[in-house]
Design a protein around this ligand. Sequence first.
Ligand code: MG
Length: 262
Amino acid sequence: MRIARCVSTSADDSAPFYGVVQGEPGRERVAVIKGDPFFTGIEPTGVTHALEDVRLLAPIIPRSKIVGIGRNYADHAKEMGNDVPGEPSMFLVANTAVVGPGDPVVLPEWSEEVSYEGELCVVIGRICKDVPAEKAADVIFGYTVGNDFTARDRQRTDLQWARAKSFDTSKPLGPWIETDLDTEDLALVTRVDGEVRQDGTTADMVFGVRELVAAVSSAFTLLPGDVIMTGTPAGVGIVSEGQRVEVEIEGLGTLSNPVVRH
Ligand code: MG
């Protein structure tokens, strides 16, 4: 099931609502559901919209945090001159960094070197702590696509990655959450202005989704709506004002964002 968060484009005052995206590609409809699926379950209201009549928002604004995973693909660690860590390498991202599909990514004035990083994202469905890997599926709500934009110059020079990884608009998520997905071997492709830059598979993750949920929940209590970004394959690169970055993950869809500088 695909769960989207959206606003109606036909009503000026539309509040965000959740819906289930159904139907064939190009003819999808959004069946509006009551309340918040993270807390109230999936209950259709009977109202539906054509997908083109809504604007998709980030499918989740994490209640408390995004946990990013660094160097989780050997070929990416290598291109950055690093070794693969012996256990998952974690960093925190503020929830204010999240934007949705189509939203502009604003390059900060204090960085000249912002890179894209296409990533599979795990969305947590229930409060949990110390989850064994074999029980990880019990706490996962679903999956979405993310782009872990990173100010590479500040990542090198700042003591902590807070600014490099959490600046406003740096974490596009979307287009929706897929609740039924086998993440063992999904193609992950990132394009800049249509040109393929990353062409990987989640099969190459050093630590898989279950291991990451176990490791992250051994450090942090996870809340419904928290997100784990699982790392990026090789092919990262710097973006410029005016470019558009698309991340496509098999079975999930495409997250597309323009890059701007104010
Ligand atoms: Mg990353």
